[in-house]
Design a protein around this ligand. Structure first.
Ligand SMILES: *Cc1c(COP(=O)(O)O)cnc(C)c1O
Length: 374
């Protein structure tokens, strides 16, 4: 039988594992930060209408530049942040993962490097590897915040071509202060210019921005052509199955990703569905408000149960501390509750579910804590 090792695979991919959050059929699934609420019926009906309309012209390629959708996304960003964003500053793709991949195809690649501050979103390093971009793992403090001086130091030393910041950060839930972003942006530009380069791309992954206690970092784009914000409809819009991510940046960055995107990458069906979702923004953001309340309840109740909880600005909560996180994960799974072991020592991550799912999760943790005391 042929195995993967018998193939002429690129050396840097040998022996590696693919991204793999377990997709298990259990009663309470709180492991991939999805929105627990299905789309409302009115929106489902509107999607059917919009998609039927798009189906009439599926013999043709879709709008390659997705202009109507980008205008809708720009309108959403402008309305929700109070900071004006134009269509030319927005780009959309199949999930923000594809956005990040296009950014690394254009700004990373062989001979170039990217940095992230771990623990953070594991896909940043995986997409770097897939695009032949070198990866530097930067540090975080014990409490999972970024130590600005330490981060400036690594950036100065390594002069990465791309800097990934994730706010609110997955898997810790930690948000970044605007001052931290500005300091690291300046450090990255300094390091790049010292080596005779034009700049370094700083990408803020804001997949969970809508769940944060803090305002979006989007206004920082003003006057910073090397700054990019990445967003998604997978979490706040409750549409992980749609695969729609987008970025906001200087229009020049949008011109740059067009050099590497596949032609017609965003199907007419995807564009129609995302446009329908944007028409129902208010309803969807209503669910976000409920989830923020439940997220805060999880933080409070986990703390009351004696867990060490990381403050969260996202739709999930990191909790511990367990002598053996893997064993704790298994105990919860045995009780029908699937959470995520991100490999952070002693910690697990739970996605905010419906009130009933959260109750089931909290009951399971209560029993786990009792067992651990014994
Ligand atoms: C979930 C998540 C994404 C979303 O990826 P999509 O491809 O848009 O589904 C991006 N970044 C982070 C940090 C995430 O946790």
């Amino acid at each position: 039988m042929t195995g993967i090792d018998d193939l002429s695979l690129r050396d840097e991919l040998r022996g590696k594992s693919p991204y793999g959050a377990p997709q298990l059929e259990v009663p309470v699934r709180l492991n991939t930060n999805e929105n627990p609420y299905p789309l409302p019926d009115e929106l489902v009906a509107r999607i059917a209408e919009r998609v039927a309309e798009a189906a009439r012209t599926l013999n043709r390629y879709p709008d390659r530049d997705a202009v109507e959708l980008r205008a809708g996304l720009a309108g959403y960003l402008t309305a929700s942040t109070g900071h004006r964003v134009d269509t030319a500053q927005v780009w959309a793709a199949n999930g923000s993962n594809e956005i990040l991949q296009q950014l690394l195809q254009a700004f990373g690649g062989p001979g170039r490097s990217a940095i992230g501050f771990d623990p953070s979103y594991s896909m940043h390093a995986l997409i770097a590897r897939g695009t032949g971009t070198g990866w530097v793992s930067g540090p975080r403090r014990e409490d999972f915040t970024i130590d600005v001086a330490a981060a400036e130091h690594v950036i100065g030393e390594q002069a990465p071509d791309v800097v990934f910041l994730c706010s609110p950060n997955n898997p810790t839930g930690t948000a970044l202060a605007a001052g931290t972003v500005l300091a690291l942006y300046d450090a990255a530009q300094r390091a790049a210019r010292d080596r005779g380069r034009r700049g370094a791309l700083v990408v803020i992954d804001e997949a969970y921005a809508e769940f944060s206690h803090r305002p979006s970092l989007l206004p920082l784009l003003e006057g910073r052509p090397h700054l990019v914000l990445s967003r998604t409809m997978s979490k706040a819009f409750g549409a992980a199955g749609l695969r729609l991510g987008y970025l906001a940046a200087d229009a020049a960055v949008v011109d740059a990703v067009q050099l590497v995107r596949l032609p017609y990458h965003l199907s007419a069906v995807t564009q129609a569905t995302a446009l329908a979702a944007l028409e129902h923004t208010d309803t969807l953001l209503g669910y976000v408000q409920q989830l923020k309340g439940e997220r805060d309840r999880l933080v409070a109740e986990l703390t009351a149960l004696g867990c060490e909880v990381t403050e969260s600005d996202a739709n999930f909560v990191q909790f511990g501390r367990f002598a053996d996180a893997r064993a704790a994960w298994q105990t919860l799974l045995d009780r029908g509750v699937l959470v995520r072991d991100n490999g952070v020592p002693g910690r697990l991550r739970v996605t905010t579910g419906t009130p009933e799912e959260n109750d089931a999760f909290l009951d399971a943790v209560r029993e786990l804590m009792k067992e651990n005391e014994r």
